[in-house]
Design a protein around this ligand. Structure first.
Ligand SMILES: Cc1cc2nc3c(=O)[nH]c(=O)nc-3n(C[C@H](O)[C@H](O)[C@H](O)COP(=O)(O)OP(=O)(O)OC[C@H]3O[C@@H](n4cnc5c(N)ncnc54)[C@H](O)[C@@H]3O)c2cc1C
Length: 368
């Protein structure tokens, strides 16, 4: 792209996460032109939400994507187990109609399938290494697109509608003046991924550690993802303590992890710290800008709702846009229909997360 490159499209989507990638595919399939921009150079992301729930699975099936993702590699989780001192004290198995309690889908598998399906269509246009730097305004101060930098070079994209699918720290949301109501949840998360012990059945394993949730998620490819809740803001102090007694608690809870932990979690730096918060933007649309997924409503990892909610937003917004004329894309009233359709369910899921987080210890103790 040259210095003054100016691209044009019907729908400009910022962020090729699950929400943005799916929206682009669904619109392209109906002949609507999109430009999807992604600041990363590729789709290979790690440490992202990767458990698909029934809503997400149904949605991928509805659009003929699930079988392709499954072929690329997924891992259905067979049980939720509650553990104490190295023993299972309670097991939750799937409902009669279901064969699993969730599906681990590596995010790069999901994104690669969606993007490769888009690439078979005429209207697909994805730009990697491209970051949105601001909204583009015309002389009458109306938003007519976005300014970008692609590999350091400035350019712009003119579009009838701009979709902020750019995640929890959304620049689109900020630029459009849409403020999120942010809530802290009293805990942060230590996150690590290590090889699973041989023969471990695919499951979610829970333990209580000093009254906080410690969760292990089996992953495709023979891994286990560790999500260890610690009190909010406690990591700086924790890091000053000796590491060995801390990590020993993990091994005491799950003794069969001993070898893998000894080899792969040796210092505090082997954990990634995630600052946990949720948010809900009061309004998801302003002028011809609309937000989906984490940009509109960030969820905590509890209950595996976030990725699935982003896919559902994309599905609903695609249906709304497909039913509109391109002129209507510029109507805030039309774009606000997304929140009218999706807002209540998202609020219920946010409330459910709070309830699950506050009742974890009580639920755990009821199994003892
Ligand atoms: C630790 C953790 C565990 C989780 N576990 C689960 C789970 O098991 N199941 C579940 O359903 N959800 C889970 N979630 C939530 C889930 O990860 C998110 O809800 C989901 O990824 C949101 O998708 P999205 O498409 O809205 O945004 P994102 O996945 O955040 O994608 C946004 C994209 O926008 C790009 N971007 C950002 N800014 C710009 C810019 N200015 N210009 C260009 N590109 C930009 C980013 O690079 C990114 O690719 C978890 C979250 C966390 C933190």
């Amino acid at each position: 792209m040259n210095q003054n490159t100016h691209l044009k499209t019907d729908v400009c989507i910022v962020g090729a996460g699950p929400g943005g990638a799916l929206l682009s595919f669904l619109l392209n399939r109906q002949g609507i032109s999109t430009i999807l921009i992604e600041r990363q150079p590729h789709l290979l992301k790690s440490f992202r939400g990767e458990v698909l729930n029934q809503d997400g699975e149904d949605l991928l099936k509805k659009h003929g994507l699930y079988s392709l993702v499954a072929k690329r590699g997924v891992l259905p989780l067979e049980q939720i187990q509650y553990w104490e001192n190295g023993q299972i004290i309670h097991t939750i198995t799937p409902d009669e109609q279901q064969s699993h309690v969730g599906i681990h889908v590596p995010q790069d598998h999901l994104l690669e399938v969606i993007v490769s399906q888009s690439r078979t269509l005429e209207n697909e246009h994805i730009l990697f290494n491209t970051v949105m730097t601001g909204l583009l305004h015309n002389k009458a101060n109306k938003t007519v697109g976005i300014n970008i930098r692609q590999e350091g070079r400035p350019a712009s994209i003119e579009a009838a509608v701009i979709v902020g699918a750019d995640g929890r720290y959304s620049a689109v949301r900020r630029q459009a003046g849409l403020t999120p109501d942010i809530r802290k949840h009293g805990y942060d998360l230590l996150w690590a991924r290590i090889p699973a012990p041989a023969g471990w059945e695919p499951a979610v394993r829970m333990a209580s550690m000093d009254g906080q949730q410690l969760a292990l998620f089996s992953q495709f490819g023979g891994y286990v993802q560790i999500g260890w809740n610690i009190p909010q803001g406690a990591f700086t102090k924790l890091r000053e303590q000796p590491f060995a007694p801390f990590v020993q608690k993990l091994v005491a809870a799950f003794p069969c992890l001993a070898d893998s932990v000894a080899e792969h979690i040796r210092t505090w730096s082997d954990f990634v710290l995630l600052s946990v918060e949720s948010s809900f933007a009061e309004s998801w649309a302003q002028d011809n800008v609309v937000l989906i997924g984490d940009a509109a409503h960030t969820m905590t990892p509890t209950g595996a709702f976030g990725l699935n909610a982003a896919l559902e937003d994309a599905d609903v917004l695609s249906e709304l846009l497909i039913a509109m004329s391109v002129d209507q894309f510029k109507s805030t009233e039309q774009l606000q229909k997304l929140q009218a359709v999706r807002g209540e369910k998202v609020k219920q899921q946010l409330a459910r997360q709070l309830e699950m987080e506050s009742s974890f210890q009580q639920r755990y103790e009821s199994f003892q």
